[in-house]
Design a protein around this ligand. Structure first.
Ligand SMILES: NC(=O)c1ccc[n+]([C@@H]2O[C@H](COP(=O)([O-])OP(=O)(O)OC[C@H]3O[C@@H](n4cnc5c(N)ncnc54)[C@H](OP(=O)(O)O)[C@@H]3O)[C@@H](O)[C@H]2O)c1
Length: 279
């Protein structure tokens, strides 16, 4: 799998569902594949957007990313991995007995017989064991190829690993976020699990999107003839060979720019500086 994939949360940009947005998203998805992307990250609530004035953590789900993926890309290429997430619903975290229906809905929406990678996106669970156990049963039935976990703590990774192999962990991580997920990133590396961070670019802005202006990052970007977004992605990838990136964008220019970040090599000194940047 290419190390830089494409997150589908931002397909609609920040202007909501105005006419033409979905058609643009379909074109963007096709362009991503043309450029070599073979890892798409999606979920029921994508794309989403934060109307002007929303607090950083709030968004409105538009919910048509899977339809756009199918329209753009089916029949899918053999090497394409489409990762989906189950767990959170409008009513909060789903019950374990609701997971099968969510997986079936994803299969139907994407037009697949087997989902490549399904993350249990936990929200407030003390233990993921019961939910993950259900997903492991669906995997055994052939409905899911690989299992992952999102927004988890180290003990929840251990709970899941007792039940079935976890191939990917998706937690928040990026320049300026602090070192809170360093431990789980390292654990993933030791166990051969892909670490797939979200908000690698948008950092503190979170749901409202955009990339913060930061003088330290700008200076490193200028040195490389790169953009600050590219430096943020290069730093993310520099955290380990098992780290993948899934930047989200509604812009073809940004898509191309983000994919080019894979060729930037930061010096050890630059990496050390970026380790302690705060947004
Ligand atoms: N597991 C979870 O709980 C969870 C949570 C959030 C997200 N995710 C996944 O992670 C993916 C990444 O997160 P994200 O999309 O929320 O945030 P992100 O990738 O950190 O940042 C996206 C924002 O950055 C902007 N951007 C992208 N490339 C840029 C560039 N080259 N220059 C300037 N601005 C740029 C985008 O705006 P433009 O449209 O203008 O480019 C958008 O506002 C999502 O798409 C989703 O698949 C998972």
């Amino acid at each position: 799998m290419q190390r830089i994939g494409f997150g589908t949360k931002r397909l609609a940009g920040n202007a909501g569902d105005r006419p033409g947005v979905r058609e643009h998203a379909v074109e963007l998805l096709r362009r991503a594949i043309e450029l070599g992307v073979n890892h798409l990250d999606t979920a029921d609530f994508y794309p989403s957007y934060a109307p002007p004035g929303s607090p950083a953590g709030e968004f409105e789900p538009l919910g048509w990313a899977k339809d756009a993926i199918r329209e753009a890309l089916a029949p899918y290429g053999d090497d394409l991995v489409i990762a989906t997430k189950v767990g959170p619903t409008k009513a909060g975290m789903c019950r374990p007995d609701e997971l099968r229906a969510l997986v079936e809905a994803d299969l139907q929406a994407l037009g697949l017989e087997t989902l490549d990678l399904v993350y249990l996106r936990q929200a407030g669970l003390p233990s993921v064991a019961e939910h993950f156990g259900v997903l492991a049963e669906l995997q055994a039935k052939g409905m899911i190829r690989h299992l992952g976990l999102a927004s988890i703590r180290a003990e929840q990774l251990a709970q899941a690993q007792e039940i079935a192999p976890v191939v990917a962990v998706q937690n928040r991580y990026g320049v300026g976020y602090g070192r809170v997920n360093d431990g789980i990133l390292q654990t993933c590396g030791e166990q051969g699990i892909a670490f797939v961070p979200y908000f690698a670019l948008t950092a503190e802005s979170r749901e409202t999107g955009g990339v913060s202006i930061n003088d330290v990052i700008q200076e490193i970007a200028d040195r490389h003839g790169a953009t600050p977004a590219q430096i943020r992605l290069a730093w993310t990838l520099s955290r380990g060979d098992h780290v993948l990136a899934i930047p989200g964008t509604s812009s073809q220019l940004h898509l191309e720019e983000n994919l080019e970040a894979g060729s930037i090599r930061l010096s050890p000194e630059e990496r050390t500086v970026l380790d302690s940047v705060t947004d």
